[in-house]
Design a protein around this ligand. Structure first.
Ligand code: MUC
Ligand code: MG
Length: 386
């Protein structure tokens, strides 16, 4: 039965600063903590929907920073939702799409919170709003990014032993190509056939560097290369894909359905890293996935190193797909020193297991929220009184 109607009473945005378990080194940033941007939408019937718009390294990865996401939600986007009746999520998001350019991360957080609230009211898991889950659990890779080869090997061995991860993504591109190739080869040699090794350049190479680099990485035992060159160089990405030296995954090149269409039309990548924030929300991410499927491009569940909200929202969507050929990297919460849920997400036997229960199926630990909340960075948009 459809529950009786309710209105959106408030939209709260908060930033939680949570330390990482070790410095996480990408070619574009070194992260010692993560700024989780969380949205809570409260309805008049008491339902609360959660969303997340976390990015990496301030402005070094995407065009939206945690602070800009928050201020844009508070100033421009939340007022378009507050006071409206909950109903079609697509309909609720329409004025935001119309009156705000870009801001994909901010829109994703709001849209996720609306889906979560809607699914909770219907007493259904969020995945049911996208066709229903076909899988109880999603395979999850881990990123080795300490910057030190021996430390990365020790970390991977621990993950293998505890059966948490056996697929490893190595962050390279900050050092010379020779050093990076040596690093990959050593890790591959140390872990052997028990592990699978991939790399992410985060756009660090030029196309000519990449032509040579791909062969060396293949010889070093790498099985997949993510975003080796500049995001805007779609044609270069296609040329590297056509070389067929190693499968190429698009990440930063893929900002939603338009990019997905452009890349798919030319088969400029073998794999799409599907990110709900980069896509502009769950619905846009579902469109990206449909474009990939139509073009015979494989899918991978990507992360912006979100905390548990964005992580499990992505998992709900990915669980509705027939296949996720390259698994996922939905490990964001494990990179944080602190658990911010009352019940942690379950990572077991190399997979993230979907929680039972309505909506996203998770509950924030309010004591942790209070502890990590950035001072002065909590706002609540409520209807203006006349
Ligand atoms: C990225 O570029 O894919 C995902 C995993 C990780 O370690 O960094 C992110 C961002
Ligand atoms: Mg990437």
């Amino acid at each position: 039965m459809i529950p009786s109607t309710a209105t959106i009473e408030s939209v709260e945005t908060l930033i939680l600063d949570v330390p990482t378990i070790r410095p996480h080194r990408l070619s574009v940033a070194i992260m010692k903590g993560q700024a989780l941007v969380i949205v809570r939408i409260r309805l008049s019937d008491g339902t609360v929907g959660l969303g997340e718009a976390t990015t990496i390294g301030g402005l070094s990865y995407g065009e939206e920073s945690p602070e800009s996401i928050k201020v844009n939600i508070d100033t421009y986007l939340a007022p378009l939702l507050v006071g409206r009746e909950i109903g079609s999520v697509s309909g609720l998001m329409a004025p935001l799409r119309k009156s705000a350019q870009g801001n994909r991360f901010a829109k994703c957080a709001l849209e996720t919170a609306l889906f979560d609230a809607t699914a909770r009211r219907l007493n259904l898991p969020l995945s049911m709003l996208f066709g229903g889950s076909q899988h109880d659990a999603i395979p999850v890779a881990w990123t080795l990014a300490s910057g030190d080869t021996s430390r990365d090997i020790a970390e991977a061995e621990q993950m293998l032993e505890s059966r948490r991860h056996h697929v490893f993504k190595l962050k390279i591109g900050a050092r010379s190509m020779a050093d990076d190739v040596r690093h990959c080869a050593e890790i591959h040699r140390a872990l052997g056939d028990a592990a699978r090794i991939r790399v992410d350049l985060n756009q660090a190479w030029t196309e000519t560097q990449a032509v040579g680099g791909l062969s060396m990485l293949a010889d070093a035992g790498v099985e997949l290369v993510e975003q080796p060159i500049a995001a805007a160089n779609h044609r270069g990405l296609k040329r590297l894909t056509d070389l067929a030296r190693l499968p190429i995954m698009a990440d930063e090149s893929l900002h939603g359905p338009s990019d997905a269409f452009a890349l798919a039309r030319d088969h400029a990548a073998d794999v799409f890293a599907l990110k709900i924030t980069q896509s502009g929300g769950l619905m846009a991410a579902a469109d990206v996935a449909a474009i990939a499927r139509a073009a015979h491009i494989d899918l991978y569940g990507g992360t912006m190193l979100e905390g548990p909200i964005g992580t499990i929202a992505t998992a709900h969507l990915c669980a509705t797909f027939d296949t996720l050929a390259w698994g996922s990297e939905l490990f964001g919460p494990l990179l944080l020193t602190e658990e911010i849920l009352t019940e942690p997400l379950v990572y077991q036997d190399f997979k993230l297991h979907l929680p039972q229960g309505p909506g996203l199926g998770i509950t924030l630990d309010e004591e942790k929220v209070a502890r990590f909340r950035r001072a002065g960075a909590t706002s609540s948009t409520r209807p203006t009184s006349h």
